[in-house]
Ligand binder design. Structure first.
Ligand code: MTE
Ligand code: MO
Length: 513
């Protein structure tokens, strides 16, 4: 049976756990030292593949919210359990400082153990201990009972039991309210750092030529009436993001290195300065996630500053029997694909002229021409040459996304614009990896007849999207269908399929007007 005291203690303990998590956030912000991160990471590692795939296909980005909510609930629950035990101890010893000290110590040990940061763990321990210290005070200690006019002389201050219960209730609500205030303070005090905005990012090393390339690639953008449609270059803050974890690893350029391991003629470690001293290029490279819907938004293009992998790879003399390599990132991500594919890759330390943002792999990521987004490992730390093929993170979860991208032509909402003269402008992007886009065909009658769209000028870059535009005179509502033809003359696959396991196929269809 749960009595009133236990219910009150559970409420106080939840408040203490919440205050602990808020305190941690106040101290660390949304960084790897935040106490929720290790639990989030554990959820990432332990969630079975079919569930991950189901979430991606059915709840999409909301899956991230569910995932982070679970991590928060688990961590608050953990510290609430500690605080609950602390409150019991206070009651048993009739000393709130004893329970508070025990709560503080146990929370500190737990937080330090989880995050490996003993100093920052105080951010959890102190607020939790304070909540237990106040919440666990005996009923008569906090409220000096005001002289009761009705009781006459007021000489003997006998603690009236209903008054004591009221006092405890008021104090409990006070702790809950103070916790709420503390959470708000922590959130406002910190705010989610806009890690991917480019205003705080420094220029990338050796990025002088990037500005010129950005201008060139941007200048290829089609003139469209639509406002809000991306041009040829996605700004850093708008470039899509796919991560297995909710927390970006924090790796400084000074700390970073890339090691070639496994079946090599000799292991080699490359430091950041050594990398950026190598021959530099500024390449426009488009990325697309295998998990996105046919007309999804996980398709973007940037100008990346970096250096080709091939000479580095040749210098370690790969010898594995499978001609394959496992790439690993600092977040625990890994993906395996052929060495020949890797050899065409690019090690990037700059994005649109800026240093690589935290969310896109700071300080170094790999870019693999023409292959699905998942091959482009961020926060790259190791390239292991293998003897036998092994599954990567997503392949273990049922995806087959290490191959070449499928061809797609997009028609997003903002690409549909009614012009002043009543005609309708259709505009979007098309991508076929290294095969390139040769043509985009548009139908406004549900696929009975087709017209070639105007295309943006081709660029010298090997793996970049093109923009398309078509203007037509509507006659009531129109069934618009778009499809691309790649540089090898192959038309985009007509047969619709889900994203899992090899990427969505079909033609984008929209009713317009
Ligand atoms: N280390 C690491 N690299 C990663 C991922 C990741 O979660 N961790 N996600 C991959 C996936 S699935 C995609 S689609 C691209 C997305 O890159 P972006 O977030 O820079 O757009 O990164 C790939 N590289
Ligand atoms: Mo992806």
């Amino acid at each position: 049976m749960i009595d009133v005291t236990e219910r009150r203690d559970a409420l106080l303990a939840t408040a203490a756990g919440t205050a602990g998590v808020a305190g941690s956030y106040l101290v660390t912000g949304w960084s790897p030292a935040f106490v929720v991160r290790p639990v989030d990471q554990a959820i990432v590692n332990l969630t079975p593949g079919p569930i991950v795939t189901f979430m991606i296909e059915n709840v999409g980005d909301a899956g991230h919210l569910i995932h982070i909510a679970m991590a928060f609930a688990a961590v608050i629950g953990l510290f609430a359990a500690v605080a609950f035990a602390g409150l019991q101890l206070s009651a048993r010893t009739e000393s709130s400082p004893v329970g508070a000290a025990a709560t503080g110590l146990a929370s500190w040990l737990l937080a330090a153990g989880l995050t490996g940061g003993p100093t920052q763990a105080l951010g959890v321990a102190l607020p939790a201990a304070v909540a237990v210290a106040i919440g666990g005070l005996p009923p008569d200690a906090s409220e000096p009972s005001s002289p009761d006019p009705a009781s006459g002389d007021g000489s003997s201050v006998a603690v009236d039991s209903t008054k004591a219960v009221d006092a405890v209730r008021r104090r409990t609500l006070g702790v809950v309210a103070a916790t709420f205030g503390f959470v708000v303070t922590a959130v406002i005090g910190r705010r989610l750092p806009d890690a991917d905005g480019d205003d705080t990012l420094a220029d990338a090393p050796r990025s002088e030529g990037a500005t010129e390339r950005l201008r060139e690639v941007g200048a290829a953008s089609l003139a469209v009436e639509s406002d809000g449609l991306l041009g040829m270059v996605s700004p850093i803050g708008e470039f899509y993001n796919v991560d297995i974890a909710e927390f970006d690893p924090e790796v400084t350029a000074a700390e970073w290195s890339l090691t070639f391991t496994g079946e090599t003629g000799g292991e080699r470690t490359v430091a950041f300065d050594e990398l950026t001293d190598r021959p530099v290029e500024h390449r426009a490279v488009t990325l697309r996630c295998v998990g996105e819907d046919l007309n999804g938004r996980k398709l973007d293009n940037a100008v990346w500053t970096g250096t080709p992998i091939r000479p580095l790879l040749e210098s370690v003399d790969p010898q594995g029997d499978c001609n394959c390599a496992m790439l690993r990132g600092e977040d625990g991500y890994y993906v395996q694909f052929p060495v020949d594919v890797l050899a065409d890759g690019f090690l990037a330390w700059g994005m649109n002229g800026k240093e690589l943002p935290p969310g896109h792999g700071h300080p170094v990521r790999v870019l693999i021409p023409g292959h699905w987004g998942e091959t482009n490992v961020k926060w790259l730390s190791e390239i292991e040459l293998l003897n036998v093929e092994e599954d990567g993170y997503w392949e273990e979860r049922g995806w087959e996304g290490t191959g070449e991208v499928k061809t797609v032509a997009k028609l997003w909402d903002e690409g549909i614009t009614e012009l002043d003269d009543g005609r309708i402008e259709l505009a979007g992007h098309a991508y076929a990896g290294t095969r390139g886009i040769e043509r985009v065909e548009v139908s406004t009658d549900g696929g009975d007849s087709w017209t070639d769209a105007a295309l943006s000028d081709p660029l010298p870059d090997a793996d970049v999207w093109r923009q398309w535009r078509h203007v037509f005179d509507p006659d009531g509502t129109s069934e618009v269908v778009v499809r691309a033809v790649d540089g090898e003359g192959n038309r985009q696959i007509r047969e619709p399929s889900d994203p899992s396991p090899t990427g969505a196929s079909g033609w984008v269809r929209r009713t317009v007007g």
